[in-house]
Design a protein around this ligand. Structure first.
Ligand code: SRM
Ligand code: SF4
Length: 563
């Protein structure tokens, strides 16, 4: 244990829960058997996150349940660990059925390229994990104070090095898994370990990390993965279609708390370069950075515990020196790179090997059948013919992937039959570039609506854009129901951050490439005021922009932010 941890005067309650948890077991096994409540104990709620689950309740039904003197309608949300967001068609079919049998039925693609299912009653939690396990899927470390789902540039057609980089994402995820066998014992009924030395964990020890830890990998020039919003971002350095190595960026993170100036969103800072031809060095560098955060991150105040605060406290030179000391080699100077876009390539694309990819528009990543669009049925039919893999994007999107030339017409036919081609083609540019976090009714932290509201707000905004002849502009717009930043609103050209029911802070001045955070323009706006403001801003943009100037750049030039 490092000096820093030993002298820490008052550990947060979560630190104590982790340390006395017996390898993240707590009393989870017993709690699952308690039929008197749909919930689990407070301590177990903290631990279950490390197993990829959150205990939530249906906030729409709180009042009604309270009136009937019933406990809240508790249910679990389960988040899968899918590094780089890749599923085979067989796995997708399994996911479809698990969603139908055990959850609300909606498959939610998240902003970290994975899947969440909601509304899983306690009695269904174990069967859900078992069914996922049968499909070789797990939820280990999808949440909790550990390394989370490793994200990676999603579009294989973008670069010949995509497969290589994607494989790194899976290996990083494996390397940083905790050693405890608790997941297998509790959820999959595997025998209890008698010799605990088998799960000794040199990386996480019994403390795990001070806070969640996120890693993402980008392949320039596209930054669709929003690499700089991660605790640790890797930026591929490529020459003549050969992967040379990665620039290493640390200290990204978006969470903040309204009214607490000590908390803030931050983009990661590039601190050096590691060559990729020596795997050992790359993996050692990543592992070492995690250990530095483990030893120096704040364990007293969880609001200040992310790596971004550790970096701002100790400085980049300290990190570089510690890496050299602990790993035995120094990071090389960062190499030049350029991001010039941040997009999902909607429609058909072909890669260098002649394989085809179709990127579908899925609003807020919600896969379900509505009255007008049988999206879930269509995707099951596509998976059923086994000719396309499923790749999720960090914009809550889906790529039907790795399709052979001879199978393209078949898939296209299904997309056409279910009107998904038209659905994708006809979605406006701003809608395709939008993200909304989950928020109500499941998120316990939501202050305002997000994924249930943004589609309606966008319809109004589209009308304004059309009126100002700006409807072709691919403005990046994102909304969250609170300042935690799950939809990365601070990295958008237009960001809405919920402050209370029906009220949002409006953020402007972010760039198109994801290399500049936006800033608050006006606070606590309701829908009518938002639309009035945007009407004027769009009018000025149309009238005064320089050719090719993005909305975010124009907003910055106009100083559309609060002083
Ligand atoms: Fe998040 C907490 C949903 C991506 C920052 N996030 C939550 C919880 C679990 C609420 C809670 O703690 O009780 C939300 C569950 C809602 C629900 O009902 O499902 C939640 N976060 C999501 C997802 C599903 C949003 C989405 O609609 O896609 C994303 C799941 C990602 C995944 O698959 O792992 C999601 N969350 C993010 C991102 C974006 C990213 O990582 O690219 C961020 C900002 C980046 C960052 O981490 O700084 C993010 N989530 C947070 C925070 C603020 C953390 C902080 O440093 O302050 C919280 C609150 C917390 O940890 O205390 C949070
Ligand atoms: Fe919930 Fe806030 Fe995250 Fe939205 S941003 S999912 S409201 S924690």
């Amino acid at each position: 244990m490092s000096e820093t941890t030993k002298i820490s005067p008052n550990l947060s309650s979560t630190e104590r829960i982790k340390q006395k948890s017996d390898g993240l077991r707590g009393t989870l096994a017993e709690g699952l058997l308690d039929e008197l409540t749909g919930a689990i104990s407070d301590d177990d709620q903290a631990l279950v996150k490390f197993h990829g689950m959150y205990l939530q309740d249906d906030r729409d039904r709180r009042e009604e349940r309270a009136e009937k003197k019933l406990e809240r309608l508790f249910a679990f949300m389960i988040r899968l660990r899918i590094p780089g967001g890749f599923l085979t068609p067989e796995q997708y079919i399994a996911l479809h059925h698990v969603a139908g049998e055990h959850s609300t039925g909606t498959i939610k693609i998240t902003t970290r390229q994975t899947i969440q299912l909601h509304g899983i009653l306690k009695s269904h939690a174990k069967p859900t994990i078992k069914a996922f396990s049968a499909a070789k899927l797990d939820s280990i470390s999808a949440c909790g104070d550990v390394n989370r789902n490793v994200t990676c540039a999603a579009h294989p057609a973008q670069s010949p090095i995509h497969a290589q980089v994607h494989a790194f994402a899976a290996r990083i995820s494996e390397m940083l898994l905790p050693k405890t066998k608790a997941y297998y014992e509790i959820w999959l009924d595997q025998e209890k370990l008698t010799d605990k030395s088998e799960e000794e964990d040199a990386l996480y020890q019994d403390r795990y990390l001070p806070r969640k830890f996120k890693i993402g990998i980008a392949i320039p020039p596209n930054n669709e993965v929003d690499v700089l919003t991660n605790d640790l971002g890797l930026i591929a350095i490529i020459e003549n279609d050969v992967l040379l190595g990665f620039n290493v960026a640390i200290g990204g993170g978006l969470g903040a708390t309204h009214g607490n100036a000590e908390t803030y969103p931050r983009l990661a800072s590039v601190i050096g370069y590691v060559p990729a031809n020596d795997d050992d060095r790359l993996f050692k560098a990543i592992y070492t950075i995690v250990t530095i955060q483990r030893d120096y991150g704040n364990r007293s105040d969880r609001k200040l515990a992310r790596l971004k605060y550790t970096l701002d406290k100790y400085g980049a030179d300290f990190f570089r020196e510690e890496i050299a000391k602990r790993a035995g080699f120094a990071l090389e100077p960062a190499r030049p790179y350029v991001f010039n876009e941040r997009v999902d390539y909607f429609g058909w694309q072909q890669n260098h090997q002649g394989l085809w990819y179709y990127t579908l528009f899925i609003e807020s990543g919600r896969v379900y059948d509505s009255e007008t669009l049988a999206l879930k049925t269509a995707l099951l039919e596509i998976a059923g013919i086994g000719k396309a893999n499923f790749r999720f994007t960090t914009n809550q999107g889906l790529i039907l992937a790795d399709i052979k030339k001879k199978d393209k017409a078949l898939i296209n036919g299904i997309l056409e039959k279910y009107q998904l081609l038209a659905h994708t083609e006809n979605a406006s540019a701003i809608r395709k570039n939008s993200i909304a976090c989950v928020a109500l009714p499941t998120c316990g932290l939501a202050l305002a609506e997000s994924q249930r509201y943004l589609p309606t707000l966008l319809t109004h905004i589209e009308k304004l854009l059309t009126a100002h002849e700006l409807d072709k502009e691919a403005i990046i717009l994102r909304m969250t129901g609170c300042p935690n930043g799950c939809g990365r609103p601070y990295a958008a050209e237009i960001g809405f951050v919920g402050t209370g029911p029906g009220k949002y802070n409006l953020h402007l001045c972010g760039d198109h490439e994801g290399t500049r955070l936006n800033r608050i323009y006006k606070e606590n706006l309701d829908e009518a005021t938002i639309l009035k403001e945007l009407d004027v801003l769009f009018w000025l943009y149309k009238k005064e922009r320089i050719t090719g100037e993005s909305f975010g750049d124009f907003a910055l030039r106009q100083k559309w932010y609060k002083a």
